[in-house]
Design a protein around this ligand. Structure first.
Ligand code: URA
Length: 225
């Protein structure tokens, strides 16, 4: 019965068609995985959403005081056991993935994966070439934590505006990196994770569904990692 359901869900066919597929010998079991005509079937249909997170929402599934990003999804989706992949601060905006797939979320946020994330930032004080150099060398935060090397590009037209690309996700990392340079982040927006870019058509608070293949773009990273 369980195999039938796995085949039906994974191949997008009815239970009776799944039964026929199993009978016909086109379904194989190998190391606990199910294959149809040699192609691995996903055990469950998971959902992957790209959200343009607005300010004022916390990345949690529930919170006693604050509004959570799940409240942006509306009735239909809020019951699908979705949760945010990693965290953005309450006042940070931009690309946030929500999914029901725990294994995917774990792989994206695993500290050893070093997936690149890119942020757009506005600071209180102008940023300088010395800031970029320090950040590229692996900056030390005020509490002594050493960061991996990261790339800060400064807008040539406005030195209080720039882009920071980093491959780790320590708590408040971007804000703490700039604080270590005596500056302060005033606005922060995540624009990409790995090869997945925030869809420019999404207004803050809007989201769209992604296929598993689209979501997997997060694992496409380039450059030195
Ligand atoms: N770094 C921060 O400081 N805040 C975020 O929300 C994300 C990265």
């Amino acid at each position: 019965m369980r195999l039938e359901k796995l085949v039906a869900d994974g191949a997008g066919v009815s239970r009776s068609d799944a039964k026929e597929l199993i009978k016909s010998g086109r379904v194989q079991l190998l190391d606990g995985e199910v294959f149809l005509d040699g192609k691995r079937l996903e055990a469950e249909e998971h959902l992957y959403l790209m959200l343009n997170k607005p300010e004022g929402f916390v990345c949690a599934t529930e919170d006693k005081r604050e509004k959570t990003v799940l409240e942006l999804l509306g009735e239909g989706l809020s019951r699908k056991e979705l949760f945010p992949v990693g965290r953005l601060d309450k006042d940070t905006t931009g690309l946030l993935i929500l999914t029901s797939d725990g294994a995917f979320a774990h792989a994206v946020t695993h500290p050893k994966k070093h997936i690149f994330k890119e942020y757009e930032l506005f600071t209180a004080e102008p940023m300088t070439a010395a800031d970029s150099e320090a950040i590229l060398g692996g900056i030390e935060l005020r509490d002594g934590t050493r960061c991996r090397k990261a790339a800060l590009s400064i807008d040539p037209e406005d030195a209080k505006h720039g882009w920071l690309r980093l491959s780790e996700g320590k708590y408040h990392q971007v804000k703490r990196m700039l604080a270590a340079r005596g500056n302060r982040v005033e606005k922060l927006k995540r624009i990409s994770i790995g090869g997945l870019e925030l869809d420019a058509a999404l207004m803050p608070g809007q989201f769209r569904l992604m296929s598993r293949e689209q979501a997997e773009k997060v694992f496409e990273t380039c450059g030195e990692n």
